[in-house]
Design a protein around this ligand. Structure first.
Ligand code: ARG
Length: 503
């Protein structure tokens, strides 16, 4: 065995292999590394080298203007943010794109509806609520009133023709919505580099169709639609429709255009789309079409799919707006904090409650495989103990109390007891966990790592007192706690959780 190696001896037993650790060296090596470059720990590991570099485009959140921001959009937002953070932490260049649902017949309805019952005043003060209200109402009216339907069709035709007045109204809806979303995403700690949308690519669909035509990939059917054969056998047993019989394009047509445009503009090495699993077939078809067009890079396009969340509601009822969820998380958390009297110690209890509430949402969402459906339960989500985001924040806050006192490396040789060693051994696995999360694009490995770390720390806090220990032991333990704090905080940030620092 090499001198100075962490594993001191390897021996074989009956059906088992024993590894003997050199405990002082384990503590010394690990903590030296953590002290000298806390933010590079794990992410700069040799193990992850092959994943580093390259440009990743992550498209996520992508709500539809004037429609509900449902639990699926919330999941896409936090999962996409995690993937973007992880790729960034590993040293990739990351481009975050929000692809808004900002085109289609619903804008005919919305425009016609706004001309009937819209208010500029309300649009200014409560934009998302007002657009949604107008949209719901016009849909109801259109069901039983032919004249509303034809007004909507007419408004959409005006938009498609590019008529100034109609476009100006559409633009106003879009701008106001984007501004409002930017503000709310900020509360969530999420940002985007680009807000694009279906409308933008609508204008490029003709080029896509021309290219498909030239390559002989577009077939006109008896119904008058134009399709791309995906069967492989050329018998149209599986196909995607790209043009309706009335000549208009579809969701997938715009997605083909968007992918080509992004490749050209951003030159990404990989592109990741995050949506619920109901769109799995859509993305499979999209990648298939791109490959058929000869775009080999489509092999590096990935759809990260996730399951459904049932029962996410607020006191006001079903979730309609993203902000409703944030308000609910904040007020419930504040309530819990008041009951446990934690809020008295805090300078900004509202902000802390919001942060902790959001962490709780994220951890609950990330604990299992993304593909699983789950039932949402506020009480379970916000528990202070057990495997929740509240517990992570609580652990972090507790570690901060120590960390404030010291962060210098010292003689760590006293850290040879089994409690310290189990914490150190766990920290050693951080790079492996990041690798697994990045390979599978699944946050649960990282979440579970941080939860286990927090449980180990809870024991360590109990059994490794700082007060009352000799100066050397106290110093070494403080060093351990502050190292754990930095790994915990960095891991939380990758998940999209802002550590709440107690003042
Ligand atoms: N706006 C869509 C929806 O709410 C999601 C968009 C997903 N991205 C895409 N490139 N198709 O369902």
């Amino acid at each position: 065995m090499k001198r100075g190696a962490v594993v001191e001896e390897v021996s074989a037993g009956r059906g088992v292999i024993h590894f003997r650790l050199n405990r002082p060296i384990l503590a010394q090596k690990l903590l030296e590394q953590l002290c000298s470059e806390p933010d590079g720990f794990g992410v700069k590991s040799e193990l992850l080298r092959h994943l580093q570099g390259g440009r990743t485009l992550v498209e996520f959140s992508s709500p539809n203007i004037a429609k509900k921001f449902h639990a699926g959009h919330l999941r896409s937002t936090i999962i996409g943010n995690f993937i973007a953070n992880l790729k960034k932490a590993l040293g990739n260049e990351v481009i975050r794109v929000n692809y808004l649902g900002d085109w289609g017949m619903q804008f005919g309805l919305l425009g016609a509806g706004f001309e009937r019952s819209g208010s500029q005043e309300k649009l200014r003060t409560q934009p998302l609520e007002h657009l949604f209200e107008v949209y719901v109402q016009v849909n109801r009216e259109a069901e039983c009133d032919e004249s509303v339907r034809s007004a909507a069709a007419e408004f959409f035709r005006r938009l498609e023709r590019g008529e100034d007045q109609a476009l100006a109204l559409w633009r106003q809806f879009r701008e106001i919505t984007v501004d409002e979303y930017k503000r709310i995403y900020q509360r969530l700690g999420v940002h985007f580099d680009h807000y694009s949308g279906e409308a933008f690519h609508q204008h490029q669909t003709q080029n896509v169709l021309d290219e498909l035509m030239t390559r002989g990939l577009l077939k006109t059917t008896e119904k008058g639609t134009a399709v791309v054969d995906l069967s492989g056998a050329g018998d149209l047993s599986s196909y995607a429709t790209l043009v309706r019989s009335d000549g208009t394009s579809l969701y997938i047509t715009r997605d083909v255009a968007a992918a080509l445009d992004r490749k050209q503009r951003f030159g990404f090495d990989e592109m990741i789309y995050v949506t619920d699993k109901s769109q799995t077939v859509h993305f499979r078809q999209l990648f298939h079409i791109l490959l058929a067009m000869g775009h080999q890079w489509a092999e590096r396009c990935v759809h990260v799919a996730f399951g459904l969340v049932q029962g996410m509601s607020t006191r006001r009822g079903e979730v309609v707006f993203l902000e409703d969820v944030l308000e609910e998380a904040r007020s419930r958390m504040l309530n819990n904090m008041r009951q446990s009297s934690t809020s008295k110690e805090l300078e900004e209890p509202e902000q802390t409650a919001e942060r902790v509430g959001i962490s709780a949402l994220i951890v609950q969402d990330f604990r299992g495989p993304l593909m699983s459906d789950y039932k949402f339960d506020w009480d379970k989500v916000l528990q202070a103990h057990g495997d929740t985001g509240v517990f992570l924040q609580y652990t972090h806050a507790r570690l901060c109390r120590h960390a404030r006192e010291t962060y210098s490396c010292c003689d760590v040789s006293p850290l040879v007891d089994s409690r310290s060693v189990s914490v150190l051994q766990h920290l050693l696995r951080y790079d492996e966990v990041l690798l697994q999360s990045a390979n599978e694009l699944q946050p649960r490995h990282l979440v579970n790592f941080l939860l286990t770390l927090s449980h180990l720390v809870a024991v360590a806090h109990r059994e490794l007192p700082v007060k009352g220990s000799s100066a050397a032991v106290a110093q070494a333990r403080l060093c351990l706690f502050s190292a754990v704090r930095s790994v915990l905080a960095n891991g939380m940030r990758i998940l999209g959780i802002t550590p709440a620092y107690p003042k």
